[in-house]
Design a protein. Structure first.
Lengths: 110, 114
């Protein structure tokens, strides 16, 4: 079942903060975050695993509430380069597919 | 190292025809997943192949099929095309499969059905 992302879209000025939420009705094993810029392929941001482990490249923070099956992505001091569509993907177990939400479109303006 | 390569990049087909899309994963990656992307629907999971075996399948009709070869290259096929199949088809490769680490997406194949 597809996770639900909120908000659907947000517009920020440079330097402002944003939070993108992802929730699932199923118990989750992991949550994955990707960003897709217009006309480009989605790019990996972070994985949050049940138990607290996180793997990621960028200076982006996120949380994973296992009890509520929710994750939040925190974008602080936003830059123009943060613009794009953010997708969360959820995995219920090791044998289930990674299912993505419909995405949150983030626009950062000067 | 070379990224994920999808061919062709663009396709225009007529209703009723069939189409085959190709995905070459990053060298050493054993898992290939396919997604359909349409405006407003996000990334809809089609299937995942791992070491030539289909590990998971999404909720798509049987017209959508795929396979993976021994070199990990994967193809997906759509038969009897419908207008609603127009979409960007993305494949993603990963070392050990979905959920175990970073997935690398290709640029996609944009399919237009007329």
């Amino acid at each position: 079942q597809q996770p639900v992302q909120s908000p659907q879209a947000v517009i920020l000025r440079e330097g402002e903060d944003a939070v993108i939420n992802c929730s699932s009705s199923k118990a989750l094993y992991s949550v994955h975050w990707y960003r897709q810029k217009h006309g480009e392929a989605p790019v990996f941001l972070m994985i949050l695993l049940k138990g607290g482990e996180q793997k990621g490249h960028e200076k982006i923070s996120a949380s994973f509430n296992e009890k509520k099956q929710q994750s939040s992505l925190y974008l602080t001091a936003s830059q123009l380069s943060y613009s794009g569509t953010y997708f969360c993907g959820t995995l219920s177990s090791g044998n289930t597919p990674l299912v993505f939400g419909k995405g949150t479109r983030l626009s950062v303006i000067a | 190292k070379a990224g994920v390569t999808q061919t062709p990049r663009y396709l225009i087909k007529t209703r009723g025809q069939q189409v085959t899309l190709s995905c070459s994963p990053i060298s050493g990656h054993r898992s290939v997943s396919w997604y359909q992307q349409t405006p407003g629907q996000g990334l809809q999971f089609l299937f995942e192949y791992f070491s030539e075996t289909q590990r998971n399948k999404g909720n798509f009709p049987g017209r959508f099929s795929g396979r993976q070869f021994s070199n990990s290259r994967s193809e997906m096929n759509v038969s009897t095309l419908e207008l609603g199949d127009s979409a960007l088809y993305l494949c993603a490769s990963s070392l050990d499969g979905q959920g175990y680490g970073e997935a690398f997406f290709g640029q996609g194949t944009r399919l237009t059905v007329v």
